[in-house]
Every structure is written in C-alpha cells, then in structure tokens.
Design a protein around this ligand. Sequence first.
Ligand SMILES: NC(=O)c1ccc[n+]([C@@H]2O[C@H](COP(=O)([O-])OP(=O)(O)OC[C@H]3O[C@@H](n4cnc5c(N)ncnc54)[C@H](OP(=O)(O)O)[C@@H]3O)[C@@H](O)[C@H]2O)c1
Length: 286
Amino acid sequence: MRVLITGAAGMLGRRAAEEYASRGAETYPLTRKELDVTDHSAIEKAFADIRPHLVVNCAAYTNVDGAETEKEAALAVNGLAPRLLALACRRHDAALVHVSTDYVFNGRSPRPYLISDPPDPVNVYGASKLMGEQGVREAGCRYYIVRTSWLFGPDGKNFADTILKLAGERDTLKVVDDQRGSPTYTPDLARGIAGLAGTGIYGTYHFTNSGVTTWCGFAKKILRAAGLKTKVEPCTTAEFPRPARRPANSALDPFPINRVLGCAPPSWEAAVEHYIKNHYQAQTED
Ligand SMILES: NC(=O)c1ccc[n+]([C@@H]2O[C@H](COP(=O)([O-])OP(=O)(O)OC[C@H]3O[C@@H](n4cnc5c(N)ncnc54)[C@H](OP(=O)(O)O)[C@@H]3O)[C@@H](O)[C@H]2O)c1
C-alpha cells in the first residue's frame, strides 16, 4: 500500500510516517517544502507521481492565536487545502484521513462532545478547521475525519515541553484550570489512525487518549512523572487573556471509534508517563 503523508515535518506527521513505515507500507512523507497543500497543481503532480492508495493529511496551520490575525493563511491551509486533497483523492481513487480538532465546538456542552453534535467554533482556527471538514465531506472521496485534541509528543512545540522548560526556570507555575479536554499522545494517535484507516469504515471520528482533565491537571501530571517538585497553582482563563478564545469544555466522546477499533486508547496519564520516560528522561540522561 502506498501512503502519502502531508505536513510530514510536523508533530503528528512524523509519527504517522513512522507508524506506516513500521507496518511495512510504502510511505511517502512530504514536508511543506516538498508539497504545499494549498497548491492545486503541486497536489496533482504528487498524486500522479506517487499514485497513493491512502493520503494522511497532517498539514495544518496550528497557531491558534496567530490565526486571529493571519486569517487568510489559516483558511488556506486548514479550510481550502483539505478540499483540494479530497478532490484529488476522488479523482485518483485514494482514501483520505483528514485530521481535525476539538476546537470545532463552542465548549458550552456539559458533557463530552459526540460526533453528531453541531460544531460552532469560537475562534478563527476552529472555523478554518470546520471549513476543511466540510470540504472533505463535499468532495465525494472515501474519507475518515479524525478530530483530536491537546496533542503532545516528540519533535513538536507542545504543552508538555513548555511545562518542563518553565519548571526549570520558576518555583511555581500558574496554569489554567477551567478548560477541560483530553491530552493526546501523537504515537497513540498515529496508531489509532493507521488502525482506523485499515477498516474501510469511513466517516467522522473522535480520537484522544482516554480520560479528561484540565490544563492544570495535565501540568501536575507532567511534573509528577518527571519527578519535579515545581508547584502548580490553578488559575482561570480570564487571568490569562489570549488573542483567541478557547472552548471551556472540549472533551470528545470516543464513540464509535472505540467500537470500530475494538479497544480504547491508553489513558492520558499512561501516555504522559510513556512520553516522559522515553523522551524527556532519556534526553536528560544523555
Ligand atoms: N497540536 C494540537 O494540540 C492539535 C489539537 C487538535 C488538533 N490538531 C490537529 O492535528 C493535526 C496535526 O497537528 P500538529 O500538532 O502535528 O501540527 P504541527 O506540528 O504544527 O504540524 C503541521 C505541519 O503542517 C505543515 N504545513 C503548514 N502549512 C503547510 C502547507 N501549506 N503545506 C504543507 N504543509 C504545511 C507545517 O509546516 P511548517 O512548520 O513549515 O509551517 C507543519 O510541519 C492538525 O490537523 C491540527 O489541526 C492539533
């Protein structure tokens, strides 16, 4: 099977490429330099050269605050490009995995969001990702839309690394405790995507590590796993104004991916421990 991976230098793109290579797939990880997903003719050329059976779209504009001022850039990568990829998939009879986000929801639900809940993004990033989902659905290709949240893992700018860095600089960290969601470890997500894309059960899915926490709970677990004594003080979103609004609750209900895969992903706590042991502690021992 030939698998084309876009955004292959990104945090998820690297893990997806690794996952597919470990499964023996003919893997074509293309970085932004190798394939700009907003370039219609570059997509056509890549499809003609590679003739992929499956495309995993990990390319995205992921700067949530930056999107508020760089609206057009965010819309081009997150809103238009998935449609271009999906249309190319239809023309070349390839299936598409498109990665989306919990930020398509407004966060006002008292429970985790179901795949059937109506999206209502509260920031430009979320709106751009929703536009991308719509483009994929309308293009008429075979697709899996996989919404995920709060990514962390090796080779990326992520919350876990930020907390570990700040812990080296301060005795106490103030961390937001009124936004709820599920941290998701990129190797677990890459495995989930590869498992799902082998089923032929197309549609929209929610995939995160199991369990729900706040950024504050996430920070405490990261520090505990790393054996650091830095104090964490809970604070409110209002105390930390950011350019983009964030949904207060972006927990995603895992039905039906847990049924389709036949198992639940590891807990987010186990994922944090794995990351710290295999990447952070391994690095600091060098
Ligand atoms: N990170 C999170 O917490 C989070 C949460 C929910 C959902 N997601 C979704 O998960 C997916 C993967 O996110 P990630 O954290 O792995 O993102 P990431 O580390 O920012 O990687 C995205 C990659 O896409 C590339 N890219 C940007 N514009 C491109 C273009 N025009 N053509 C080709 N490639 C382009 C980027 O290249 P440059 O670095 O050169 O710009 C980068 O390598 C995205 O769809 C994101 O929306 C992420």
